[in-house]
Structure formats: C-alpha cells, structure tokens
Write a protein that binds this ligand. Structure first.
Ligand SMILES: Cc1ncc(COP(=O)(O)O)c(C=O)c1O
Length: 371
C-alpha cells in the first residue's frame, strides 16, 4: 500500500467512527423541495431582484488583495454605505462572515487579555479567539449572572462576544442587560448580527440599532450571506478599528478581495432592506409557532426569530426525521451533536417571508404524523 493509500485508509477510519455515532456529514442539494432551511429570509437570492444589477462594465475579478490591487472606490463607497446604514463610523468588508470573525477576534486581543463568549457562540468566533492567544472564558447561554461571574474573574482587556440572534437556537441575546454589565466591568462588547441583519430594526439595521446600543457596542459584524442573499460580511465600528483591522486582520490582508460586482450587489441588497417584508416574515414565524405548539409530544426550542428548532431525540432519530421530511418535499436539515449539545439534536427550520401558510401547515402536519 502506498503512503497516500495508507493515509486515505486512516481518514476513512475517522469517517467510519463519525458514521457509527451518527455524525457523518454529506452534501445534498434539492431545488425541487420547499425551502425551510436556507438563510435567505426574504428570498433575495432567488428573486432575481439582485440580478438586475449591471455588472458588464466591471472586471470579473479583484486581481489582488485589498491592500495591493483589489481596492476600489466602489469597495470603499460600499463600506461607507454600510457604516451609515448601521449608524457607525466605519465598516470593513471581508469575503465571508467566517473570515470577518476570524480576522477580528484573532487580532484585537492577545496574551493576558480575556475573551468571554456565550457558550453557543458561532464557530468562526471560537476559531478567531483561539488564534489570538488571549484567555477564553465561556458563560452559560444567555445567563447574565454567569456572565458577571466570568467578568469579575477576567484579566487584561475584557472582550465579550455574543450573537444578537443565535444561529442554532434562534433565540435573542439579552443585549441591553449584557451591554450594561459590560459597562460596569469596563469590558468591550462585540455583537455578531448575522441572523438579525435585515430581519430586525425599523429598516433592517439589526438589534443593536433597534435598541440604540451603537455607543455601547464596540464592533458589530453583519453578514451578507443570510437576509441579503449574497456573500461576504462587514465589521462595523470606529475608524481606528477599521484601520487596525486592515493592518492586522490576516483573513483580510492575505486573500484576494471580492470581485467588484459583489459590491454592487451588496449596495442593491442594502437598498432593498428598508422595504423587505419583515412584518410578513414575523407573522409567518408566529403562525409556525402556534401550529407547532399544538402538536402533542414534540419538543421545540423557544425562539421568536425565523430560526426554529424541533427537538427530535438523538442523532439517529433527528436524521431519520429530517430524511422523512425531505422525502415529503421539505428542505430541512438535521443539526447533530456535537454541533449542538447531546439531547438537543434538532431539525433546524428557517421560516421565510415567501413561505405560505399552506406550506407551514403541510410541514407541521408532516411532523405531526411522526409523533
Ligand atoms: C452567527 C454567525 N456568524 C458568522 C457566520 C459566518 O458567516 P458566513 O456564512 O458569511 O461565512 C454564520 C454563518 O453560518 C453565523 O451563523
């Protein structure tokens, strides 16, 4: 056996281990199913609205990193538009939300400083914090008392990281209380608004703006891959932070910038956000919650956001329920442990403004049959 074959055998063993505990992932696609899974909350990605942007005059690619040849007036104007939209001084665009979080959290703190993050914080923030060499403390999910305990134990610069809407549970951080506590302990607060951008706030500017917390939050991450239906992300904050990141954030510096037409698409999506059908989206969410609450013997996670979790048991039961619903024509995905804690394995359902009441009824009826 060659060294390459031996290595493949070793990797296959690891995959077999994952399979035996029900956590093996595979890639699927299904354009013919009813979408109860994507993060395209308003259907921007599908609607054709964004395709109306004229990209013919633009180069197909950025030709280099932002620091070398990939910068443009268009990129900078887009950043200013985003900063203004969210009531911040400045914004810096990264190629993805993952890269924004890794870049931000890896470079703004170091040895002797302390990150304190909610235990359900997104993997991209965990990876960024790990790269920083700062100490890391976790507080119990949305537990203010535990956050206070951790804040009083922290040393050096203290930076608290939360998501305004949690990507797996769909519940909301108690942002006002968290911001007050950060003030008391002289800690910085950073909020990832990935699942709130577009979905909350009068014009879709997110929960930090909705609660007027702009001055109490040091930096906010907005991603373009969810409600905006696109790709990329921005870190918003002060001019100094922007300058620091473009000097220090390695996931910004050492990568080819987005293609120029991406900025046009982001501008277009932002122009659509104020009139996006938030009322309808939240009505559909409430309708789903009422219907699922009436199903006997079903566990679900309390959430008022479009992200709804149906607790299905262990990894195998969750996969089986997802497969059944998929076969019945619904695009839903299982979320398994260890991505979520053991016992909290779930079907993650995303409600969209374009889902109809009838589709929601059909989905709930299909879940009901399995109980
Ligand atoms: C809370 C949160 N932050 C960041 C990201 C990463 O964003 P992107 O998909 O743009 O890399 C995600 C997406 O999964 C997310 O849910």
């Amino acid at each position: 056996m060659t060294a390459n074959e031996q290595f493949d055998q070793y990797l296959q063993q690891k995959l077999d281990e994952k399979k035996s505990i029900g956590t093996l992932r595979s890639l699927i696609y299904a354009s013919d199913k009813i979408d109860f899974s994507s993060n395209d909350y308003f259907g921007f990605a599908q609607s054709g609205l964004l395709n109306a942007v004229d990209k013919n005059e633009l180069p197909a690619g950025a030709t280099g990193s932002r620091s070398i040849t990939g910068n443009s007036a268009l990129a900078e104007a887009t950043e200013q538009l985003i900063a203004d939209f969210h009531n911040r001084e400045a914004a810096l665009i990264f190629n993805t939300g993952y890269m924004a979080n890794v870049g931000l959290f890896s470079c703004i703190a170091g040895k002797g400083d302390t990150y304190i993050s909610d235990e359900y914080i997104h993997a991209s923030i965990i990876d960024g914090m790990r790269l920083s060499y700062a100490n890391r403390l976790r507080f119990k999910h949305n537990d203010i008392a535990d956050l206070e305990k951790k804040l009083s134990a922290a040393t050096g610069k203290k930076i608290v990281a939360v998501e305004s809407i949690y990507s797996m549970d769909g519940d909301e951080a108690t942002l006002i209380a968290i911001a007050a506590l950060c003030k008391k302990y002289n800690a910085l607060l950073i909020v990832d608004e990935a699942h709130a951008t577009g979905v909350y706030g009068d014009k879709g500017d997110g929960l930090v703006c909705k609660y007027n917390l702009e001055k109490d939050v040091y930096a906010v991450v907005h991603t373009f891959g969810k409600a905006l239906g696109l790709h990329g992300a921005a870190v918003t904050g002060s001019n100094v932070l922007r300058n620091f990141l473009l000097n220090q954030a390695r996931s910004f510096i050492f990568t080819t910038a987005l293609p120029p037409h991406s900025y046009l698409l982001v501008q277009k999506a932002y122009s659509l956000l104020p009139t996006a059908d938030r009322n309808k989206l939240h009505q559909q969410v409430n309708y789903f919650r009422e219907q699922i609450a009436a199903v006997k013997n079903i566990g679900f996670i309390q959430s008022h956001s479009p992200i709804q979790g149906i607790l299905a048991g262990d990894n195998f039961k969750t996969k089986a329920l997802a497969a059944y619903l998929f076969e019945k024509g619904f695009f839903v995905r299982p979320i398994l442990s260890p991505t979520v804690p053991v016992g909290k394995e779930r079907i993650r359902i995303c409600i969209h403004s374009f889902n109809t009441y009838e589709q929601i009824d059909q989905l709930v009826a299909a879940i009901n049959v399995t109980q």
